[in-house]
Design a protein around this ligand. Structure first.
Ligand code: CUA
Length: 160
């Protein structure tokens, strides 16, 4: 009967872990000075991104005193901006990322935060976050997208 008691204990611990994980996913702070505000999106013509008013010239656009919109195009095997030049936003700002792909499915993960999403051609992934503190983050593609998938990365700089 001793064994039975231990088994109960382990089941209880396992349940506690599961509840903990769900709690982290649902209510978790984004971590590292970032706060998730909203996550939604729309559609776009993946074959005509160059004609798009924003994706045609991806980058950071200021839309309010402390509000920015960042347009990012993911393609084999870089983020534009992000890879050849870092994405830059000021600390203390609310930033909405609009991310899409011009070719295949990619991932967009800001390491150390829960900004983590798939990037699908034809769809715009929209994530709004607040950056509290200045620091830099690595960006990685976490969806297999071809031979050089493992080299697909970038940088996000939250500047003072
Ligand atoms: Cu892009 Cu993996």
């Amino acid at each position: 009967m001793e064994i039975h008691r231990f088994e109960k204990l382990w089941v209880a611990l396992a349940l506690l872990l599961i509840v903990g994980f769900i709690g982290t996913v649902t209510y978790g702070a984004v971590g590292a000075g970032v706060k998730m505000v909203d996550e939604s999106g729309g559609t776009v013509d993946a074959n005509a991104l160059n004609d798009h008013p924003r994706f045609g010239e991806p980058g950071t656009y200021q839309v309010g005193e402390n509000e920015y919109e960042v347009y990012v195009v993911a393609r084999q095997f870089l983020f534009e901006p992000g890879t050849n030049e870092p994405i830059r936003v000021p600390a203390g700002s609310t930033v909405t990322f609009h991310i899409t792909s011009s070719d295949v499915i990619h991932g967009f993960e800001v390491a150390g935060t829960n900004i983590n999403t798939m990037v699908i051609p034809g769809q715009v992934t929209q994530i709004t976050v607040r950056f509290e503190e200045s620091r830099s983050y690595g960006i990685i593609c976490h969806e297999y997208c071809g031979a050089a998938h493992h080299t697909m990365e970038g940088q996000l700089q939250v500047v003072p």
